[in-house]
Ligand binder design. Structure first.
Ligand code: 5HY
Length: 242
């Protein structure tokens, strides 16, 4: 099973880290190809960043058209460009936020999201409403840890653990959803220290992608997820026309 894993920011170190997390849980027959856009923000921490990240996701799905992945994972907690990606392929496309919300809803009657910058909490709250999980999520909490510090700052594990303990108590929730692809490497240690299900969207999206592809299920090509309409694109995007 050929899995295209897109890190929508342009941090190559983070792409490698997400690739390791995906390969760690992938089935033996799953070939993970991890990519990031050729342009855009090194990390995604606001609406402006997300606008370029969405275009970067569309770019990478368009470029993968020639080798045809069996499934695609969008590995950023904002699920940027998810609908555009689903138009641009008939392979199943999983966003890590949507996948994590589904998984957490199987594990607890209520979950809390612990994410990076507090200003991105509204983006997660909008996704919860869009996907219909607002009744399952009891709170979204920022730690104000910059995304790229997750790779380098030795204090992040303790700070995310403290924020998670506070969220579990304050929200009376039973599970934690990690609000950033960069938190995937911390999932196991947080699960042990917190003693509750800690849900990493990267792993969930990989396993859901394997499941859907394994069932031979494809993205609908009828209606709004039909292939993009062929037309001229100009400027730096001219070669990304459908
Ligand atoms: C992510 N940003 O998963 C999001 C997390 C966030 O560059 N990768 C990023 O803060 O929304």
């Amino acid at each position: 099973m050929k899995l295209l894993l897109i890190n929508p920011n342009t941090s190559v170190e983070m792409t490698r880290s997400i690739e390791r997390a995906a390969r760690a849980c992938a089935a033996p027959g799953t070939q993970v190809t991890a990519v990031n856009p050729s342009f855009g923000p090194r990390s995604i921490e606001c609406h402006y960043d997300e606008a370029f990240a969405a275009a970067g996701v569309a770019e990478q799905v368009r470029l993968a058209r020639d080798w045809g992945p069996d499934a695609v994972v969008v590995a950023c907690f904002g699920d940027p460009g998810l609908d555009a990606a689903r138009e641009a392929t008939d392979a199943p496309v999983l966003g890590i936020a949507e996948a994590a919300f589904h998984a957490a809803s199987f594990l607890a009657t209520g979950f809390s999201v612990v994410t990076t910058m507090t200003r991105t909490c509204v983006m997660a709250e909008r996704l919860l409403q869009r996907y219909g999980f607002e009744r399952h999520c009891r709170g979204v909490h920022g730690t104000d840890i910059p995304v790229l510090d997750l790779e380098t700052d030795p204090t992040v594990l303790a700070r995310i653990e403290a924020a998670s303990r506070q969220a579990l108590a304050q929200d009376r929730s039973g599970a934690i959803v990690l609000g950033c692809a960069g938190m995937a490497p911390l999932c196991e240690r947080l699960t042990q220290s917190l003693g509750v299900p800690v849900v990493d969207g990267v792993a969930c999206a990989v396993k859901f992608a394997e499941g859907l592809a394994g069932l031979g299920l494809r993205t609908a090509k009828r209606g709004d997820y039909a292939a993009p309409l062929p037309k001229e694109y100009t400027g730096w995007a001219r070669d990304l026309r459908w």
